[in-house]
Design a protein around this ligand. Structure first.
Ligand SMILES: Cc1cc2nc3c(=O)[nH]c(=O)nc-3n(C[C@H](O)[C@H](O)[C@H](O)COP(=O)(O)OP(=O)(O)OC[C@H]3O[C@@H](n4cnc5c(N)ncnc54)[C@H](O)[C@@H]3O)c2cc1C
Length: 511
């Protein structure tokens, strides 16, 4: 082992994870490190993963991507949150919007004040601009002036996963990354320490590197098959293990600026409107429903004619015990998967890349740094896991064996504590590394029917009549701000219509 710098990185796999990693490494380390990506067209990618969350704007900014070019190239639309239908009772709905609810008053948390006065001031979602804009089909960019209500608008994107990978491929190749077409048939480990030495393609070519990134998706060719990394199976908490995806022509409610997640008999269906089509899928538990019934349910709910053959996928919810082993880092589905209910996978790819860059190794592969990467990854993923389980556990649904199971299942102690603290007096404590901040937990806890029995006693120190008036002014201002915005359709057409000429001459390849 030497302290010599890493010279060669080999990324195995060219799905969203592979190309996001290639783009970031070639942008940040392109001068010092040779970045090669090998992928197999014959194997292909999962071809799904179209909804994102706001931190993707940070990733785009790190790459220096022009948002309008990126949105044109990926036929993207804006996303302001997720509408959940039927999660507490078949007829119910709520929204988990991006951004915060209202404003704290005299250091007392807004949701505590709302809890006391909720009967007089209306639903909590009327205090979040993204929620009101989403449900009224409005969109604009946030105002840079923090004094304006519009500055509080937070957004992310819906995009075409295939086009996103192609876009990042052009970006990476323009910065020196090399793509190799081929199928990895074998992985060779070094005799002395079990590190990966090379991969061999099925035509006999051998690719060597100092650092290997496993982006082979559910196959986990390097981290799992070659290095024998173990996998924590969480299907007892997250029993969905199948999905069927099927795009269709846009129709129904049209190009809504939010993802819709509708609870079904044995899982849930998604609806993700893009500029050129609407993505749909049913995520379900094979122990509770068959593939044919899942497909029939999905097809019955399509907004328009199907535009492709159904794409069936299988998975096991969970994560790798260690995402980094020796000289191999697993990023993307090879490191784990938590089902797409809160659109967290692409973010976890981004989080993996960010941590890798901040702990980028030399040839000594310091075990302490590798351990730090693995600890941080585990913390982040476990917190996301709890957040997703909450949607299933906190339900009143008892209408099918599936909902009976998830409603009555044992849950992680960390989540049970969180639910109990909130159910008592609305207490919430943000853990380090929790991707979901307090407003997200509040939206889903309340949305799933967990209304605290009491509010924080500090709220009683506020003058009642004044506060009710202030709250009413807050929600009125949010409603006015949203009503003044253009429709999502009109704003998208003006800002980033996919059929308009790109703003720079490189056709979507950021300069
Ligand atoms: C049903 C479903 C819905 C989802 N929805 C969302 C969502 O809305 N939002 C979100 O953030 N995430 C979502 N995800 C997750 C998201 O799709 C993935 O995180 C993302 O696509 C990354 O996948 P990947 O690149 O790790 O794997 P893949 O796309 O499977 O790519 C694997 C790559 O490895 C290559 N490969 C494999 N074996 C070999 C070999 N032997 N030799 C050479 N190359 C090889 C393949 O050719 C491919 O290029 C969803 C996932 C599923 C299953």
């Amino acid at each position: 082992m030497t302290n010599a710098p890493i010279r060669k990185v080999l990324i195995v796999g060219g799905g969203t994870a592979g190309w996001m990693t290639a783009a970031a490494l070639s942008k940040v380390l392109g001068r010092q490190v040779e970045v090669t990506l090998v992928e197999s067209e014959q194997i292909g990618t999962v071809g799904v993963g179209e909804a994102t969350i706001p931190p993707i704007l940070t990733f785009n900014a790190m790459l220096g991507i022009d948002e309008r070019d990126f949105m044109r190239a990926t036929k993207a639309t804006f996303k302001l949150g997720i509408e959940f239908r039927g999660w507490t009772d078949p007829g119910d709905r709520y929204i988990h919007p991006f951004g915060t609810f209202g404003l704290d008053i005299e250091a007392i948390k807004f949701h505590q004040i709302w809890l006391k006065f909720r009967d007089q001031v209306g639903p909590i979602e009327t205090f979040n601009l993204a929620a009101v804009a989403a449900l009224t089909g409005r969109m604009a960019l946030p105002d840079p002036d923090p004094a304006k209500v519009l500055s509080s608008l937070k957004y992310a994107f819906h995009f075409d996963a295939g086009l996103y990978a192609r876009y990042l491929r052009r970006f990476s190749e323009a910065r020196g990354a090399t793509r190799v077409e081929g199928k990895v048939a074998d992985v060779t480990l070094r005799g002395e320490d079990g590190f990966i030495q090379s991969v061999t393609l099925d035509d006999g070519r051998v690719l060597e590197a100092d650092l290997f990134i496993d982006c082979t998706g559910f196959r986990a060719l390097l981290i799992g098959e070659a290095l024998g990394g173990t996998y924590h199976d969480w299907s007892h908490w997250l029993p969905n293990d199948r999905a069927v995806a099927l795009p269709c022509a846009t129709g129904g409610d049209g190009m809504t600026p939010y993802t819709r997640a509708t609870a079904q008999k044995a899982g849930w269906t998604w609806r993700i409107p893009l500029q050129h089509r609407t993505g749909n899928g049913y995520v379900y538990s094979s122990a509770h429903i068959g593939d044919d019934e899942a497909l029939a349910t999905l097809m019955a709910g399509l907004d328009g004619p199907a535009q492709a053959e159904p794409n069936f996928l299988r998975f096991t919810a969970g994560r790798r015990d260690r995402a980094w082993i020796k000289n191999c880092v697993a990023i993307g589905l090879s490191s784990g998967f938590l089902e797409p209910l809160e659109s967290t996978s692409i973010h976890l790819i981004q989080a993996g890349i960010t941590k890798l860059l901040s702990l980028f190794p030399d040839q000594s592969f310091n075990p302490l740094e590798i351990d730090q990467y693995n600890r941080l990854t585990a913390q982040q993923v476990d917190l996301v896991r709890d957040f997703i389980i909450l949607h299933y556990k906190a339900t009143a649904r008892a209408d099918t064996p599936y909902w009976d199971y998830v409603r009555t299942m044992e849950i992680p102690e960390s989540l049970q504590r969180k639910i109990d603290l909130f159910a008592g007096r609305g207490r919430l404590f943000q853990s380090d590394y929790d991707l979901f901040a307090e407003p997200s937990w509040i939206a889903v806890l309340l949305g799933q029917g967990i209304v605290p029995r009491q509010y924080d006693a500090l709220v009683d120190s506020l003058p009642e009549g004044d506060i009710v008036q202030r709250l009413k002014r807050m929600s009125a201002l949010i409603a006015q701000t949203a009503a003044a915005l253009p429709s999502h359709q009109a704003f998208t057409a003006r800002y980033c219509a996919a059929d308009a000429a790109p703003a720079n001459a490189t056709s979507g390849v950021p300069a």
